[in-house]
Design a protein around this ligand. Structure first.
Ligand code: PLP
Ligand code: COI
Length: 351
């Protein structure tokens, strides 16, 4: 393993063509990307070069057997111009947890972190400074090795691309609680950030969108009685003044925002319960008026308040609160991420 990084700077930057005041999410890409290839049993020298299409053999196993995993992270700029990351080692650890489950080689922390830092240095000008925008970072790994034999590949790519991005959701999110489909099952890959988990969500999510919802809330695959998570977010539910979120399991992604919010909420003296929460409890709370808030947490989504939910052909609206837990927790976590407040947890990493 050689983690010296080869850097090939592009000649002309695209940055002048980007409107940083109107950034979409994840569809404008920075000038460079980092690529590291695993072959002959070892990771090769990583290369930073122009963001560009990649060439693969049609028999590459990613296309046929879906060995593909990814991460989502963000870089921020503070008022002094420092570049900041939020708990990046957690993303490296989770990528390797996903890799183990999908039989993809472990990426050494040294390549992940030094590659990420170098890439951010080269494309530093792409990190947005406007409030609510950030540089979304997408590290991913996939099977680039060839052959139709249904077995793990002998060659892999680790790539990091970045995209200056605005909000993932335009406003509050209306969700449908799923009664039939499942994104993950016990013993499966739901806890991993495997590309296939997202492919599996698209069909039921499109059915929900056709009915006027934005997202599906997944329930357990066995009984569909318990709330699990949403397509790109973990879910928190506030009943009276208690904040409840499901424990993670085989089927749920162990969200870094989720665990940060649990800690922050506890420190703000909010009563937090990590326990199974049934759909019938949520419906009963909505009917009695004790259901105050629901929101999703995730790197892309930050904290996204839910406006209401549908279940068994009925819609339930959530109240508009002046002092919501969602807005307090969002401000607290984004202030830590962007160096507007102290970071008592040591989560912020300055480059
Ligand atoms: N659940 C799913 C399925 C996700 O895709 C994400 C996004 O990464 C999350 C939860 C939230 O995880 P994190 O807070 O680590 O971004
Ligand atoms: C993230 O929050 O970083 C994610 O990976 C969600 C993604 C599906 C947009």
């Amino acid at each position: 393993m050689n983690s010296n990084i080869e850097i090939k700077h592009i000649e002309t930057s695209k940055i002048e063509s980007v409107d940083f005041n109107n950034l979409p999410f994840g569809s404008v890409f920075s000038d460079h990307m980092l690529t590291c290839t695993f072959k002959d049993g070892a990771w090769q020298t990583p290369i930073i070069e122009a963001y560009a299409p990649i060439s693969l053999d049609p028999s590459a196993k990613i296309f046929h057997y879906g060995q593909s995993i990814f991460e989502g992270m963000k870089a921020y700029k503070d008022a002094e111009g420092n570049t900041l990351l939020f708990r990046p080692l957690e993303n490296c650890k989770r990528l390797n947890k996903s890799a183990e489950r999908l039989v993809i080689p472990q990426i050494p922390e040294e390549i992940f972190m030094s590659g990420l830092k170098q890439l951010l240095k080269v494309d530093e000008a792409w990190i947005p400074t406007n409030e609510g925008s950030s540089l979304y970072i997408r590290p991913f790994m996939f099977a680039s090795g060839n052959g139709f034999h249904a077995s793990p590949a002998n060659e892999y790519k680790f790539i990091i691309c970045t995209a200056p991005s605005g909000a993932y959701f335009a406003g509050k999110v209306k969700v449908l609680i799923e009664e039939k489909y499942a994104r993950a099952a016990n013993g499966g890959v739901g806890f991993a950030k495997a590309g296939g988990n997202y492919a599996a969500q698209f069909y039921p999510t499109q059915l929900a969108i056709d009915k006027g919802y934005d997202q599906v809330i997944w329930t357990d695959d066995n009984t569909h009685e318990y709330i699990e998570e949403a397509g790109a977010m973990n879910i928190f539910i506030r009943i009276n003044d208690t904040l409840i979120t499901s424990p993670t399991n085989d089927r749920i992604l162990d969200g870094i925002t989720r665990k940060s919010i649990i800690k922050i909420a506890e420190d703000l003296k909010i009563d937090v319960e990590v326990r199974k929460i049934s759909v019938s409890e949520v419906v009963a709370a909505a009917q009695s008026g004790s259901l105050k808030e629901m929101f999703g947490t995730g790197t892309a989504a930050v904290i996204s308040p839910i406006s209401g939910f549908g279940y068994k052909e009925k819609d339930y609206d959530l109240p508009d609160l002046d002092n919501s837990f969602a807005s307090l927790l969002k401000k607290t976590i984004t202030d830590i991420q962007t160096n507007k407040s102290e970071d008592p947890y040591g989560w912020r990493m300055k480059l």
